[in-house]
Design a protein around this ligand. Structure first.
Ligand SMILES: *Cc1c(COP(=O)(O)O)cnc(C)c1O
Length: 399
């Protein structure tokens, strides 16, 4: 038995939606794009929803639309995928990290406040803070928004893990506490378009900018064209440097179909998570704490090993689980520990809480089609592995 940590769930209806698109007039830039954008906006509350090729592109365009450029500073959590910070580097900005909350593993609002105070004293305030909703659980957005008003920075919510989740009983995506929210539709995420992402915003100007940057910086609206002479044909104009970050209609048709099961997928993830909570009760692990303000999207189920009660190392547990076919994962190595980021001068010890968390964390398999039998297998194997003393400690107790 091999059990991955995440896996898509594609239905016959999803397949039919893709097939229907393939035989239609449009396989890209057609009607499926706005169908998918509307499906997400109506569920997640965004005024504008803009589908793009992946969430990394969504982050890049969001940074550009917010004016991030050389000389600017973008802050985020170290406990995230590298795309959350690479997007700022693409714009020529520099990045910095705010350590995490020890219970939610999200960027900590108190540490953000302390860091803002000292950054203000040095004249080094961030232009944008990217709040990553780790594992699907919202950051403390009210506190972060209050700080944004006080210190004049903009907010991007990286909700790659959190589509279908809620914060204070409202859907994540409605931008109540931020300028922009982005989603990912990679196959391990909550709904999928194979590759895909989306930008949501309430701001008309930002939406317009993201739409134009998505397609080369080109406009076909005469009102936006900057130079016209009589007799010349301008069926489009490029007025800024953009990209080809479009999604295909094939993908959008899959996304629109998947979106119909969003609530069902998230409910199923919650049920599996609750069952893990119960099955893991007697093991020396910490199960994921849920903030009362949050209804998680539950992209990930992360546990922390209590290494004081286990005779194996973190790495031994990780390898032993994978060896028996349970493909546990690590989310995340603190971004600044990556060799590329260390070259910028970040050193081990920079965010102690994120490093402590990384040294103990394990992501267990969580996806809608995970069976009770598979889940029992995961927990049984983990129990066996945590109870077995390591070879080294056996050797020392023999003497
Ligand atoms: C998956 C992910 C991304 C990037 O998503 P892609 O769609 O693969 O580009 C960005 N941020 C976080 C937190 C992610 O988990």
């Amino acid at each position: 038995m091999v059990i991955p940590y995440g896996r898509q769930d594609i239905s016959a209806q999803d397949i039919q939606a893709v097939v229907d698109t393939l035989t239609s007039d449009w396989i890209t830039q057609g009607p499926a794009i706005s169908r998918f954008e509307d499906a997400i906006a109506s569920r997640c509350g965004g005024k504008h929803a803009i589908a793009v090729s992946n969430a990394t592109a969504a982050l890049h365009l969001s940074c550009l639309a917010l004016g991030v450029g050389p000389g600017d500073i973008v802050w985020t959590s170290p406990n995230t995928f590298v795309a959350s910070t690479n997007c700022a580097l693409y714009c020529g900005a520099t990045v910095d990290f705010v350590d995490i909350d020890p219970r939610t593993y999200n960027l900590c609002a108190e540490k953000l406040q302390a860091k803002l105070q000292s950054a203000q004293a040095q004249g080094r305030l961030p232009k944008v803070v990217i709040a990553v909703h780790f594992a699907g659980q919202s950051c403390d957005m009210r506190a972060i928004k209050d700080l944004a008003d006080q210190y004049d920075f903009r907010i991007i919510e990286d909700a790659s893990h959190a589509v279908g989740g809620k914060y204070l009983d409202e859907p994540i995506g409605n931008c109540r506490y931020s300028d922009v929210v982005i989603f990912s539709f990679h196959p391990v995420k909550i709904i999928t378009t194979a590759e895909g992402g989306m930008v949501l915003t309430r701001d008309d100007a930002l939406a317009k900018s993201v739409r134009q940057l998505r397609t080369h910086g080109i406009t076909s609206d005469p009102a936006d064209m900057v130079f016209r002479e009589p007799g010349e044909i301008w069926n489009y104009q490029q007025t800024e440097l953009g990209f080809n970050y479009r999604m295909t209609d094939i993908q959008a048709a899959l996304g629109a179909s998947q979106a119909q099961r969003l609530e069902e997928f998230v409910a199923r993830r919650h049920a599996i998570a609750r069952r893990y909570d119960e099955l893991l009760e007697k093991l020396p692990v910490i199960t994921p704490w849920q903030h009362p303000d949050s209804y998680s999207g539950f992209h990930l189920y992360v546990i922390r090993l209590d290494l004081t009660k286990i005779e194996r190392t973190h790495k031994q547990v990780y390898e032993a689980m994978r060896a028996v076919g349970v493909l546990v994962n690590i989310h995340y190595i603190p971004v600044y520990r990556q060799p590329y980021y260390e070259k910028m001068g970040f050193k081990k010890g920079y965010c102690p809480e994120a490093e402590q968390y990384y040294a103990e964390t394990l992501s267990l398999p969580l996806f809608p089609t995970l069976t009770a039998e598979e889940q029992d297998f995961v927990v049984d194997k983990l129990g066996d592995i945590l109870a077995i003393p390591s070879v080294a400690s056996q050797a020392s107790s023999d003497v």
